[in-house]
Design a protein around this ligand. Structure first.
Ligand code: ZN
Length: 170
């Protein structure tokens, strides 16, 4: 397994719209290794979700583990939200926007259809943090980031803050 580099805002590659994953791709051992690497990268960061887009792979899948014990890895391939209900506000962060947190309003409960890591079709009804995380990661697959929900002024401040942090780290 290996740690993968994570793209950071405002890297234009994060704006790429991902394409569906094919059955052949899921059957490929390289794809399964990539999933393992993504979990390792996410746990190491540490984070609770990582979309393929964030490691510069522009295909529709993501890995998630919202458990306290970090023992409930979930793979979502070609996810599709088929129902949503209610609203919740959660202070989100993102491995591609390090050190920045902001309130985002999303659906409280969702029904999501997807393929699991072996390609089996699944449907889940979830709410709370897992629902937030799935919606956040699915945004990545569309080339969208949580800072897009902020005002243009706030987004500009985030950009400057990250650029400054990068300069200080160099
Ligand atoms: Zn993110």
């Amino acid at each position: 397994m290996a740690l993968l580099p994570i793209l950071e805002f405002p890297d234009p590659r994060l704006r790429t719209r991902a394409v569906p994953v094919t059955a052949e791709r899921i059957a490929d051992s390289g794809f399964q290794t990539l999933l393992d690497d993504m979990f390792q990268t996410m746990y190491d960061a540490p984070g609770i979700g990582l979309a393929a887009s964030q490691v510069d792979v522009h295909e529709r899948f993501m890995v998630i583990d919202v458990s306290e014990e970090k023992n409930a890895p979930q793979v979502f391939i070609n996810p599709e939200i088929v129902a949503k209900a209610g609203e919740q506000v959660y202070q989100e962060g993102c491995l591609s926007v390090p050190g920045i947190f902001a309130d985002v309003t999303r659906a409280d409960a969702i029904t999501v259809r997807f393929l699991g890591r072996t390609g089996a079709a699944q449907e889940l009804q979830v709410d709370g943090l897992l629902a937030v995380c799935i919606q956040h990661e699915m945004d990545h697959l569309e080339g969208k980031l949580f800072v897009d929900y902020l005002s243009p002024l706030k987004r500009e401040m985030v950009k400057k803050k990250l650029a400054k942090a990068k300069r200080n780290a160099a």
